[in-house]
Design a protein around this ligand. Structure first.
Ligand SMILES: NC(=O)C1=CN([C@@H]2O[C@H](COP(=O)(O)OP(=O)(O)OC[C@H]3O[C@@H](n4cnc5c(N)ncnc54)[C@H](OP(=O)(O)O)[C@@H]3O)[C@@H](O)[C@H]2O)C=CC1
Ligand SMILES: Cc1cn([C@H]2C[C@H](O)[C@@H](COP(=O)(O)OP(=O)(O)O[C@H]3O[C@@H](C)C(=O)[C@@H](O)[C@H]3O)O2)c(=O)[nH]c1=O
Ligand SMILES: [Mg+2]
Length: 298
């Protein structure tokens, strides 16, 4: 089983390198080997590798920067996944692709399900929705996993930003009116591995009907919080307290923290369909955060 892992150095890609290793022969590539802004390089690498499964963990994830680079963001997030899907179809390969809570406008009361209609309010969200649609437009085997508020022990993410700011500042002002579920990149990788294991296992009860399971699934930690609540949980972790990191924490509104890109007020996704279909549950967000923080050397 040959698995082409695109975006090997991202938060999710890094974790996938380890998780996918037990499922087959992983070919991890980064931007130097495959530039998602260059369709020829996407086609060339896939044709050379001839994978059975393509996992695309690469994306343009700079939400604010995307507002001023919409073409580049669209090429990477919106167009490239469709090219991967076309190439996968030629090989009869499965495509696993990731998307985001930011495809929704955030106005819903309650958690978003896969049946809710996306309506992105920023460039990043629009390009990610275009990517989902590009994959779905090709009649290819595919699993699209929408996740949210991804953090981990490496890379650029909110957890590591807060730990850095807590060292630098006496006071942190954090928005308290956007809700979502922080999700550890490792949990996303583990869940992806388990979904693929179900497809690959000859004993899987889902085996004969796996093709009926293709589509979009929400994959986030359980529970919900705000960015302020997320920050509070980080700073209350024992190893963070032991480090003497005790900045004053001030809840603010989104209006008080102006940024180029609008963010959805409600980013909560229901993972019910994933639980029902694949029997997978992700831990509640603060439990996962605690395990992750235990791994960081302060
Ligand atoms: N981060 C988040 O909060 C969320 C992420 N997601 C989605 O989850 C998936 C994984 O995200 P995450 O791991 O956080 O992403 P990261 O930003 O951590 O990593 C993205 C990776 O994509 C690579 N990349 C960017 N541009 C190109 C390009 N032109 N060619 C090749 N590679 C490129 C980056 O390479 P380089 O290292 O060279 O820059 C990086 O390794 C993405 O689909 C994202 O949209 C969904 C919800 C939340
Ligand atoms: C650093 C900082 C941020 N914030 C706010 C700004 C923003 O509203 C919120 C989160 O900031 P970030 O820039 O980390 O978040 P953002 O880049 O919007 O995160 C998003 O990234 C993309 C890729 C996704 O797909 C989404 O699921 C989501 O994780 O926290 C503060 O209020 N105070 C601060 O000191
Ligand atoms: Mg960001």
């Amino acid at each position: 089983m040959k698995i082409l892992l695109i975006g090997k150095n991202g938060q999710v890609g890094w974790e996938l390198q380890r998780t996918l290793a037990t499922l087959g022969d992983v070919i991890p590539v980064d931007r130097n080997q495959m530039d998602l802004a260059n369709p020829d390089s996407i086609r060339a690498v896939i044709r050379e590798a001839k994978p059975d499964i393509i996992v695309n963990a690469a994306a343009y994830t700079a939400v604010d920067k995307a507002e001023s680079e919409p073409e580049l963001a669209m090429a990477i997030n919106g167009v490239a996944p469709g090219i991967m899907a076309e190439e996968a179809k030629r090989l009869n390969a499965l495509v696993v692709h990731y998307s985001t809570d930011y495809v929704f406008d955030g106005t819903k009361q309650g958690a978003y399900t896969e049946e809710d209609i996306p309506n992105p309010i920023n460039v990043y969200g629009k390009t990610k929705l275009a990517g989902e649609q590009a994959v779905q437009a090709v009649d290819v085997q595919h699993i699209i996993l929408r996740t949210s508020w991804v953090y981990g022990v490496r890379g650029k993410n909110f957890l590591l930003t807060i730990l850095r700011l807590a060292k630098e500042r006496d006071e942190l002002k954090i928005v308290d009116d956007q809700i979502g579920a922080p999700t550890w990149s490792r949990m996303i990788a583990e869940a992806t591995g388990q979904i693929l294991a179900q497809k690959l296992s000859p004993f899987s009860i889902n085996q004969h009907s796996f093709s009926e399971l293709y589509g979009v699934y929400h994959l986030t930690s359980g529970g919900q919080t705000t960015w302020y609540g997320f920050t509070k949980a980080i700073l209350q972790h024992q190893s963070v307290i032991d480090c003497g990191l005790l900045p004053k924490l001030i809840p603010i509104s989104t209006k008080e923290y102006p940024l180029p890109a609008k963010r959805p007020e409600n980013s909560v996704l229901s993972s019910g369909s994933l639980i029902k279909t694949f029997g997978l549950t992700l831990p509640v967000w603060d439990r996962a955060l605690s395990i992750c923080l235990d791994e960081i050397n302060f």
